[in-house]
Design a protein around this ligand. Sequence first.
Ligand code: HEM
Length: 410
Amino acid sequence: MDVAALRQSWAQFSMAGPEAAKYFYATLFLIAPETRSMFPTNMQYQQDKLLAALGHIITHVDDERELTAFAQRLGADHRRFRGEDRQGRSVPLAEWHYIWVGQALLSTLERFLGPRWTPALRADWATAYETVARMMLTGAAEAERTSPPYWEAEVLATQRRRADVCVFTVRPNYLCDYLPGQSLPVQVPALRTWRYLSPANAPRPDGTMEFHVRAAGRFSTHLVRKLQVGDQLLLGLPVGTALSSFNRSPQLPLLLVAGGTGLAPLRAVAEAVQQGPGRPTTLVVGGKTPDDLYDDRALRELAAMPPAGAWQSGGGGGWLRYVPTVETGWQWQGAVGTAADAAVRLGPWRDAEVLVCGSPEMTQATLSALAASGVAPDRILVESYDHSLYPPLVNAAASASPDVTWMGAQ
Ligand code: HEM
């Protein structure tokens, strides 16, 4: 396989941008109309994800370890997408789905590469695609032994904490193993779209999970306005390694800086710390006004609890310093300013592990303020749930360049 030719053709092809992704899906739906119902009506996000995933595959086409890990995980995760057989019954993705996607891909490359699409290049692309498709199918088959394709989760409770913020609890039908700080793809069956949300709690013995959502788009607005006790949601495989690596230096103090519903994964991390022997932890939660601090009560309760390990040996609380901060607040008694201002004031944090989560603007401002105060970028962990990105690819970008990544609010 001529790897250089593959990469070069990919670079040329990428210049076509969203047009190429549109053409790809139009071709796929023409070759196999039965695949249309598998995808959401609005294809905008999926188009970006597919191109990004293909780019990652081509970049690592000669790195067997990375390619295998990425493709097998993607295949395991694709088990949540179901096809339909001729009788309209739901079936798992099979080899024929990959053949259709492969045909659509080769036609798209041919269309956009024009005279540069030679028989030799076609053969290389066909081999590369087949290798990846086989890895995805192997990943799916192997994952079948350890996890269901998706979890069905029943909504046990919902709470509107503000006009646009809801907190809800679900119980999956099987125990869903995730790490504090990770996120999971969540689907409301009526909408057919998947979005990543982070459980706001450390794993519990009864398997229940709490999610925090702010109405920002169609999916989150549906959850905030329409979700009811008894509704069923689907959950996919948990993902994310950045925030869940909070224990890589357990001897260091921990600084957690949250904005908006970006609090969720950081509260899960704080709960996990409480369940262990304890570790000096500061949790700064920023809002524009006190009304934004929608989880204040739960956080005060958590801060009052002693660490489970220390409690068993007769020790006490004080492990969590909870610092709510607002930019403006009538008769507000607490810290004033952004989360970044408050965090820096409480420093120095040169010898701390730092986790940041909030809107892109909040995250970027916090990273810059912490870096300016002397915190090394490799001490700061962030993760993105931008809807147009496939999270494992964001992590790859983050580890390459931790100071320019960010995480979207949920
Ligand atoms: C090399 C082959 C493939 C690659 C690189 C690929 C890549 C991706 C990626 C990165 C996502 C986004 C996942 C997420 O955000 O969680 C995705 C979603 C999806 N893929 Fe694939 N995929 C491939 C093959 C297939 C095949 C064969 C099918 C079935 C015909 C398929 C159906 C879907 C569906 C239905 C979604 C969800 C769309 C949505 O709800 O937004 N994929 N794919």
